[in-house]
Design a protein around this ligand. Sequence first.
Ligand code: GLU
Length: 477
Amino acid sequence: MSNAAKTTTANAKPVVTRIAPSPTGDMHIGTARTALFSWLYARARGGKFLLRIEDTDRARSTPEATQGILDGMAWLGLDYDGEAVSQFEQAARHAEVAQQMLAAGTAYKCFATQDEIEAFREQARANKTSTLYQSPWRDADESTYPDAPYVIRMKAPRDGATVIRDQVQGDVTIKNDQIDDMIVLRSDGTPTYMLAVVVDDHDMGVTHVIRGDDHLANSARQMMVYDAMGWDLPVYAHIPLIFGPDGKKMSKRHGATGVKEYQAMGYPAQGMRNYLARLGWSHGDDEFFSDAQAMEWFDLDGINKAPARFDTKKLENICGQHLAVMEDAQIMSEIDAYLFASAQPALTPAQKSRLNAALYCLKGSAKTYPQLIEKARFALNQRPVDVDEKAQKHLGAVSNGILEELTPHLQSASWNRDALEAAVGRVMDAQDIGFGKVAGPLRAALAGRAQTPSVLDMMFVLGQEETLARISDAVQE
Ligand code: GLU
């Protein structure tokens, strides 16, 4: 039975998905999204999610890029089952499968030289016929084999069509005369990617191949190997690539494309997961959701056929909504990781405890960790606070008078928000001034900035002693 007529039986098996990145550069957000879709799909079904590093291209694969993939997965919380598989290490197994196909007659030795192949193509161009190479060795008798290097090629079907039953794209038909006798084993005995990917997916028990639609055409060729070996086809889901706002494939031209860059920009992982899940997949109008909801809702039929456009504003918005409801402990540990990822100094224990105490008044108004840290400046600063130019305008003789008048009220206040509000209110009444006239100098004294969280929150978080000391520093300047 040809693959064209075969309906997949993979649905009945426990789900096994995988992500198979090539470690040739920074982990792309598209790879992260494919990993996320595969992870959600497997986890929601009690299945397995596997990682395979496609490091067969020795010249372009680097250990740094592999580490980047592991780090990116860890940051996004995409845990995989078992050990990461190195494709390169399976080379002997790939060669074994090539030999099996050779023995079965579904593949053949091709002794054609580069010059001969080029001459074929030139002739085809002149004749205006297909330039897909047709090897004379396909049906040659073994007795005619020369003692020369050879590659192993698949015997591709010459007529009919191959239908890829894709869960996202629908049935995609590729005429078999568009498919050449692809090489599966090179003359040096190394496997090609087209062979390796199929053997590995089969050996790893992968039931669902979810990947970018740039691999769609490859599937028709890869299906030949499944067919030749009599293996069950996986379910295919080829997802549209991520585009930039201009509708072109997302690239550095549009801004950051690396997972690492987004971590270093301080997006919370949970927000990033939520945004990436929404990028090309939808569940009604839901934009903001938890991991548990994503897991419950995610399915292949919710994946859009049209490419999604990356929208930084949406990402920020979703991140802000997650930050507002995240557990403090989670935020604190992600800030540590963010500072590390962006090569900034770690927080001291004193800064940590003050930042932790300040989170309640910060988390609703920041979308990223750097924004949160900027708003937390008052809590992280040491005395004497450095005062910027804008804040300096709020300090001077008049403001000093206001701060001096406030001081005894603060000295006698019990340290809660209501009492602090009452203390500020007394100065407003006594001087017949508005809240801003007290808040401006207080912001400058406590944070050294003109824009800060609420002065009442800042005083509350800093505590009585530190608040009075910062006010006294400002007055004495
Ligand atoms: N290694 C391929 C890539 O990084 C993915 C192959 C696959 O998912 O089948 O694009």
